[in-house]
Design a protein around this ligand. Structure first.
Ligand SMILES: [Zn+2]
Length: 577
């Protein structure tokens, strides 16, 4: 058993795990009507889906940090020995889904002394520096090890040392035992689940878990993206925000040239999550309202004639969307690190299913977006928003904005933009936000929103676009918030009056359209230097942001959050047959 030294003091741990500092998102419970209403076959299937998701979560612990599993074992032993600090540390470990995270104040939280987050997380060797990484790749190409380099630089391999060089081991080979077990569970779920399309997907997904061949993933993803009317939801989520190693190649123009000569595009590594839920019919109906407007939105994207889009103005829209009552979010998708995922639009543009005619699917996480404490919300509004505009603030409007955001990931240039390196995700998320805002007037004209709803969205989004503290550059989701905020301020979309935000409603959409145009240009041209300049120009923490941040800190103590998954925990305990 490896020994560790706990990093946080008992006092700090008590604070960080107490109710006001660690919010709880409550997933479905065993007595939830949504669960009780399921057919018996679907109830049985749910047991296996939860088990499969939990296995994927274990795999992701290993992708996330080399030391996660050892540390977890250490914590369990210490808890048995009555170590109180270990018990409290485990609460944070489970909430963060790993030993390293950031909190809402952008503080780095490391649960063990001496173990810090690495740019290559758990997917690159611990002792590999960026410089050595580039050097070895150059040597490997010069030694004509082209196929080997391709394996190192794809999205689904763990990279290890092999003599003086590196090898990329496909996730399916690296985690063979876990993936086989997850595949077994999916096959068992398919035996009893009542929906044939869903079962077909589960079988395709289990094949993809058994064989190290991206084609199988493509088939599974393609089927998954068509699922619209199924009682259950299951996804192996793959996102690549965590990998800060692969993208560094784009800052080394010699290496970029060398790689492109051999047709190699470095793709950041996938981090895996397991999501299980029950599709909510009413919520889903509300979501699909946007579907008929998507072709029109695609037509209105800036420079639309210069690129192909996932949503084409004249073909069938290959975009499904479901609102899901959450049972389990394991691994990457359930990690609380200052924030947590509200919704996802998958598969991402680097995935092969999009090349074989596959579409995309949005999944919205109901229990994560629910606001439990209306009193707290009012306190926040009193502290930061002009009183005359409180009437326009509506938390539901934030959901409408999210719907626009997720769908906007399917709009704009259909390419993964790897050349933008570490700015790729910042730019893509910025695009999704700005496209969502930029389309509000058009969607009002087309009849999707009323004039009142238009105002609610614009005020709510601008008011919510303030952070509690300045983020660091590796937090894609928060960096773009600062960029937009500065951009909006310069164009008069809001101002501070007596220290409170006043939104100039009619200036929001034009400012968003202007920013969207610049962002799309960056994606079309894929010029790293210009992206670098653009992000740095706009990522400026202004005095006004600091004023609001201070006010937010006063009303909200929250530093992080955790999930409470009572139904999933109960199902996971049931023995498999
Ligand atoms: Zn997004």
């Amino acid at each position: 058993m490896r020994e560790f030294e706990l990093n946080l003091t008992e006092k700090e741990l008590e604070k960080r795990t107490s109710k006001d500092y660690l919010v709880t998102k409550k997933f479905l419970t065993p007595d939830a009507p949504e669960y009780l209403a399921l057919d018996e076959g679907d109830k049985k299937a749910l047991i296996h889906l939860v088990k499969a998701a939990n296995i994927i979560g274990r795999v992701n612990l290993q992708l996330d940090c080399h030391d996660n599993l050892d540390f977890e074992a250490y914590l369990k032993r210490e808890i048995k020995n009555g170590n109180k600090r270990a018990k409290l540390t485990k609460i944070l470990f489970d909430a963060q889904k790993g030993m390293n995270a950031v909190d809402t104040m952008s503080n780095k939280i490391n649960l063990a002394k001496g173990i810090k987050e690495l740019p290559g997380k758990g997917v690159y060797p611990k002792d590999l520096s960026v410089k050595e990484f580039h050097k070895i790749l150059t040597e490997m190409i010069n030694a004509n090890k082209i196929d080997e380099v391709k394996k190192v630089l794809n999205q689904r391999s763990v990279v290890e040392r092999s003599g003086k060089h590196l090898v990329g081991i496909d996730y399916v080979d690296k985690f063979r035992e876990e993936f086989q077990k997850a595949a077994d569970e999916l096959e068992k779920a398919a035996e009893t689940s009542t929906n044939e399309d869903f079962n077909e997907y589960l079988i395709l997904q289990s094949k993809a878990l058994r064989t190290a061949d991206p084609t199988f993933d493509a088939f599974a993803d393609k089927k998954w993206a068509t699922l619209q009317d199924t009682p259950l939801e299951f996804t192996i989520t793959r996102e690549n925000y965590e990998d800060e190693m692969t993208g560094t190649i784009m800052e080394n123009s010699e290496l970029v040239n060398l790689l492109s000569k051999h047709g190699i595009t470095p793709t950041p590594k996938d981090f895996l999550g397991g999501r299980v839920g029950i599709v909510n019919k009413k919520g889903t109906e509300a979501l699909t309202a946007i579907k008929k407007y998507l072709p029109e939105l695609a037509k209105n994207m800036p420079y639309a004639d210069e690129y192909e889009q996932n949503i084409s103005p004249d073909k069938d829209t290959k975009q499904t969307m479901v609102d899901v009552d959450m049972v389990q979010a394991a691994g990457d998708v359930g990690a609380y690190r200052g924030g947590i995922t509200l919704a996802e639009n998958l598969p991402n543009d680097d995935k092969p299913s999009l090349q074989i005619g596959g579409g995309r699917r949005n999944v919205y996480h109901r229990q994560i977006r629910f606001i439990s404490d209306k009193k707290k919300l009012q306190e926040r509004l009193d502290a930061v928003l002009d009183k005359d505009q409180h009437k326009y603030y509506l938390d539901e409007a934030d959901h409408w904005f999210t719907i626009g955001h997720e769908n906007a990931h399917s709009l704009g240039p259909k390419k993964a933009c790897e050349k933008l390196g570490k700015y790729r995700n910042i730019i893509e998320e910025n695009k999704a936000d700005m496209a969502s805002l930029a389309s509000v007037d058009l969607l009002t004209e087309l009849g999707m929103y009323t004039e009142e709803q238009r105002k609610q969205i614009l005020v709510t989004v601008v008011a919510d676009n303030f952070l509690k503290s300045k983020p660091n550059l590796s937090q894609a989701h928060r960096v773009r918030t600062v960029m937009q905020n500065k951009y909006m301020a310069e164009r008069g979309a809001y101002e501070l009056v007596d220290g409170k935000i006043h939104v100039n409603i009619d200036k929001v959409v034009p400012a968003a359209q202007e920013m969207l145009k610049e962002i799309i240009r960056l994606q079309i041209d894929e010029d790293f230097e210009r992206a670098d300049k653009y992000v740095k120009e706009n990522f400026v923490w202004t005095d006004n942001m600091e004023i609001i941040a201070k006010a937010l800190q006063k009303v909200s103590k929250t530093l992080n959050g955790k999930l409470e998954t009572k139904l999933a925990d109960m199902l996971n305990k049931i023995l498999s047959y």
